[in-house]
Design a protein around this ligand. Structure first.
Ligand SMILES: C[S@@+](CC[C@H](N)C(=O)[O-])C[C@H]1O[C@@H](n2cnc3c(N)ncnc32)[C@H](O)[C@@H]1O
Length: 332
């Protein structure tokens, strides 16, 4: 790619551990220029502008107004943007849609959709992978940060996953959402790795249904859904009549599958661990509580799961109350 490409004029922080350059079949991308250790910050970026609307409601005038308020140098940076590095965008709104991230403004509930979109010149240069080596955690505020989720070597492309819940979706399902053909390691059709990955992600989705009583879209699946085949088990999940023992086993099994898939990063673990340790501490029977505690003390996820399997089929005095609380919370 010639050095006259507009992206060579994008301003990078002086200490950036990456460079921008072309990425085969994906336009331009972001490549590590030195080793980036797992957990290290890659980039903290402020938005060029913020539009306080749901992305679906943003119109051309909104972007135009935001653009007008930029300083001359910022306007120039915005005008460097190209559709996947090649063509100029057909509208300012299209440029905004392709280069913005949803922001969670302070005080907003976790469940509600972010009503603000920020335009980020550099984070938008990261290409997608379904097995990414970097992540942008959702935090409150206007700037966003990316972190390495595993060690990244010099020269390696830095990728993020564009969509939530991809850890529970098969290659086909992911491609229904993405507007391009992803060719990452887990998207190579027909390979054993891809088939295994599909099975793992499908299982993770089923386990999620068993513990949450609903699917990714927060809906129950009808009886034709192949997600949970056993109707009695499906009903039990939907009415939260899944024992605490089973819940703990399902959670740990999910973590083992995520680990095997290469998706268990520290950010995900921080999100999952509180729920797991709450479950392990919830047992009313001393015998069950001892097994659960012993499970969590093991030094690997497989060993934790192995010990937790000793709880399989065991009821607990708190099962009824646990189900009742969950039903109350969900208004059932
Ligand atoms: C936000 S941009 C990422 C940077 C982009 N490559 C560029 O040059 O500006 C998103 C676009 O990059 C391309 N892209 C990102 N990840 C890709 C992947 N894994 N495979 C193919 N194309 C990808 C797609 O065209 C996508 O719409």
């Amino acid at each position: 790619m010639p050095s006259s490409h507009p992206y060579s004029c994008l301003q990078l922080p002086t200490d950036a551990p990456f460079e921008l350059r072309s990425s085969v079949g994906k336009g331009w991308g972001v490549f590590a220029t030195r080793r980036i250790a797992r957990g290290a910050l890659i980039l903290r970026e402020d938005p060029l502008f913020i539009i306080r609307k749901h992305p679906a409601h943003i119109i051309e005038e909104d972007v135009w107004r935001a653009f007008q308020q930029l300083l001359p140098d910022q306007k120039q940076q915005f005008l460097l943007l190209r559709d996947n590095s090649v063509k100029p965008f057909t509208s300012m709104n299209a440029a905004c849609a392709e280069n913005s991230f949803s922001l969670r403004t302070p005080g907003e509930s976790k469940k509600s959709k972010a009503p603000a979109q920020g335009l980020f010149l550099l984070h938008s240069r990261f290409n997608h992978s379904c097995l990414p080596n970097a992540k942008i955690p959702i935090v409150e505020g206007e700037s966003i940060e990316s972190f390495a989720v595993r060690d990244i070597l010099p020269g390696e492309e830095i990728t993020i996953c564009y969509e939530p819940d991809f850890e529970c979706q098969t290659r086909l399902e992911r491609h229904e959402v993405l507007r391009f053909t992803c060719d990452c390691e887990v998207c190579q059709p027909g390979t054993l790795f891809q088939q295994l990955s599909d099975s793992r992600r499908r299982l993770i989705r089923g386990l999620e249904y068993l513990t949450q009583g609903k699917d990714l879209d927060r809906q129950r699946r009808d009886s034709s859904s192949p997600l949970i085949i056993d109707p009695a088990l499906k009903r039990a999940a939907e009415t939260f009549d899944i024992s605490v023992s089973s819940r703990l086993i399902y959670r740990l099994l999910s973590v083992v599958l995520l680990y095997d898939e290469g998706l268990l990063d520290d950010i995900m673990l921080q999100r999952l661990w509180p729920g797991i340790s709450r479950l392990a501490g919830a047992f009313g029977s001393e015998e069950n509580a001892v097994i659960a505690q012993l499970a969590l003390e093991q030094d690997t996820w497989v060993k934790k799961l192995e010990v937790a399997f000793k709880l399989f089929g065991r009821r607990d005095p708190v099962d009824g109350a646990f189900a009742k609380i969950l039903r109350l919370k969900r208004g059932i």
